[in-house]
Design a protein around this ligand. Structure first.
Ligand SMILES: Nc1ncnc2c1ncn2[C@@H]1O[C@H](COP(=O)(O)OP(=O)(O)OP(=O)(O)O)[C@@H](O)[C@H]1O
Ligand SMILES: [Mg+2]
Length: 354
């Protein structure tokens, strides 16, 4: 009855243009990411509070011999949500099936995957905020009672059948927890936000990646890359590779502080880790809209970027680092944002908080 769709079990590439957060070749990049992705808790750096609670949940589930609670991980791109799902599967000794909500267009896609699961397996759904209503409703009884409610027949003769499913764990990931419907959100037992990484944590990520790729790097070199990685391991990893190219071509192959900083300057990544798109966004608000507030759609149109890229990729770090402020009437550049760009005519405080 259920037709399993192979197409649904794969990650869909995301479309955006930022050269640092999105590399030119998605396929090449996936291979690179997978080759350096931590596979166990020992290799997973940072997020310590989250990791502690997860370890306890896993231990308890193993002792009770029950599946793990369904989990939702949310936070900006590149902070390690997909990686964490893999680590959890490894720790549970369970197989993981990976899909993403846009690949689950038709009811038979989600039904097919649910019916293919085995006891204790993990189903990972990326971009889960993009599930459509019909698929979501199929998921509710599956999450709650490990069963599928199937209907057969038409109007008067309609019959509902309940089909039992093996006990599985759903791990959802999203960059936009706010867009998840509340019935779906409420069915997760564990909801956790991934935080931006500290410089020290990112320096460890950089050193680990350099080790895997056989790149020579000093402690100070790793710190310099970490400082400009916007709190994000994915960006740290990409920068290691880029800086290593410079080190090989222009220097003696070793990444020290000077090599890292001058290479990152050439790549136009500034001391805050902002790239050209981030600076263009701040500059636009200051120069064309008097510092804001201005709506995100207007900004996206002026920069020829899509709204989702600005909201999901650029904004979270600008907000977190206090350079940008979100108000009910739109985005504003903070006094720090002005200072960072070296622009002196900061508007009077009053107008910044309306
Ligand atoms: N805690 C970590 N320790 C070491 N490396 C990490 C960690 N988290 C992420 N990484 C590295 O960063 C890369 C991106 O991580 P991941 O794909 O898990 O991010 P994500 O949160 O799923 O992003 P997206 O929202 O775009 O799907 C991985 O290739 C991995 O190598
Ligand atoms: Mg992911």
């Amino acid at each position: 009855m259920a037709i399993f769709s192979d197409n649904a079990v794969k990650e869909t590439p995301k479309k955006h243009k930022n050269p640092i957060t999105q590399s030119d070749s998605i396929e090449y990049d996936k291979t690179f990411e997978n080759s350096i992705r931590p596979k166990s808790f020992e290799d997973y750096i940072g997020q310590s509070a989250l990791i502690e609670t997860l370890k306890i949940s896993i231990e308890a589930a193993k002792k009770r011999n029950t599946p793990l609670d369904h989990m939702l991980f949310y936070g900006p791109p590149g902070l390690g949500k997909t990686t964490l799902a893999g680590v959890i599967a490894e720790q549970m000794g369970a197989a993981i099936k990976i899909t993403s909500a846009p690949a689950l267009e038709r009811p038979r896609d989600i039904i097919g995957i649910l019916m293919s699961l085995k006891e204790g397996e993990i189903l990972f759904i990326d971009e889960i905020h993009r599930m459509n209503k019909v698929s979501e409703e199929i998921l509710y009884p599956a999450m709650e009672d490990f069963s599928l409610d199937m209907t057969t027949g038409k109007s008067q003769t309609v019959k509902t059948m309940r089909i039992p499913l093996p006990k599985f764990t759903l791990i959802g990931a999203t960059t936009k927890a706010g867009e998840l419907s509340s019935p779906l959100r409420d069915r997760f037992g564990i909801l956790k936000r991934l935080e931006f990484y500290t410089i020290d944590e990112l320096a460890k990520v950089v050193t680990r990646t350099a080790g895997i790729l056989n790149i020579d790097i000093t402690e100070e070199g790793a710190k310099a890359i970490a400082r400009r990685s916007r709190g994000t391991p994915r960006i740290a990893n990409r920068l290691v590779k880029r800086v290593s190219d410079f080190a090989i071509v222009k220097y003696d192959g070793i990444i020290n502080e000077d090599v890292a900083e001058s290479s990152l300057d050439v790549l136009k990544i500034d001391e805050f880790g902002l790239d050209t798109t981030d600076r263009a966004l701040l500059k636009l608000i200051i120069e064309k809209y008097d510092g804001g507030p201005v709506g995100i759609e207007t900004l996206a149109a002026a920069l020829s970027e899509d709204v989702r890229t600005l909201e999901d990729v650029c904004e979270p770090y600008l907000l977190q680092s206090g350079l940008l402020q979100r108000t009910p009437r739109g985005r504003k550049v903070s006094p720090e944002g002005y200072r960072h760009l070296g622009i002196k005519n900061i508007p009077v405080q009053g107008s910044l908080f309306d």
